[in-house]
Ligand binder design. Sequence first.
Ligand code: IPM
Ligand code: MN
Length: 347
Amino acid sequence: MTTYRIALIPGDGIGLPVVDAAWTVLERAGALHGFQLSATRFPWSCDFYRQTGAMMPADGIETLRGFDAILLGAVGWPAAVPDAVSLHGLLLPIRKAFRQYANIRPHRLLPGVEGPLRRQGFDILCIRENTEGEYSGAGGRVHVGTPDEVAVETAVFTRVGVERILRFGFEQARARRGKLASVTKSNAQKHTMVFWDEMTKAIAADYPDVEVTPYHIDAMAARMVMAPDTLDVVVASNLFGDILTDLGAAIQGGLGFAASANINPDRTAPSMFEPVHGSAPDIAHLGIANPIATIWSGAMMLEHLGEREAAAGVMRAVEAATASGIGTRPGQDRTDAIASTVLRALG
Ligand code: IPM
Ligand code: MN
């Protein structure tokens, strides 16, 4: 029997219960479809930081490299560790070190879920550049704390980085409804974003079957609210993709439903699967975190591992659960109750 080795990093806050809930569903899917998932749990988190002074051990990346995939809950506990420290100590270095350059985030309404928009039918796949751009980490501060203080954070767009994410977006569009929206702000940012627009145009020549439309980020934000049904695949830089996917989460009923996959398309290192939401300290101890975003992310993991039928089975079970009304409104159902309904639907 095939066994996949999965690194579990539940992280902080609601990351723990949602990963536990998703894991029971994924294990059952394996049993039903003839493969095994073997979990190795890593306690890397803000608690770990308090005990050791680091979010993960110095050889953490090398430890993870041997796994088939990573399932992550959420990172961050700002009351104990500043977010800029915890995220730059765990989540962001994994995305970069493992060249997980494509962050895939699907936005659609699950059956039974009512979003805030009157217009209900949309199916958007956001492709977010995940290793460079505004998240490059290049920059610094001088004259700290003085009236002359300067802070600089440089967005870095490389030809390799832009080309590969755009090609990834075109491929996704080709496999779906053939429409690609490329999001920039080239009317204001005349170097990086004009470069992105030029690359989009050049690569479009290789995809005559894909209809590509450039949008500015502000117009795209409005379109995702006013006319989300006109969108298919949306490709954007790291920060723009970050913002648009919280908007995508909102129109799909909330962050409890928003799944994501940090993919290394070249498969030279493990990919990482995580819900879009954070650790939610305000509800962390209430037992009401919605595990659906993590279960859906887990389904994306199964798909990436090549277990297509199991992935589809998990999504059918999630849809059957939400269609019955469970987990469709924030705080209405307990994490365990949602997970066990999905489990029952799985068979
Ligand atoms: C996300 C999150 C992260 C990001 C934060 C926690 C650094 O918001 O995955 O969308 O901005 O990438
Ligand atoms: Mn985000």
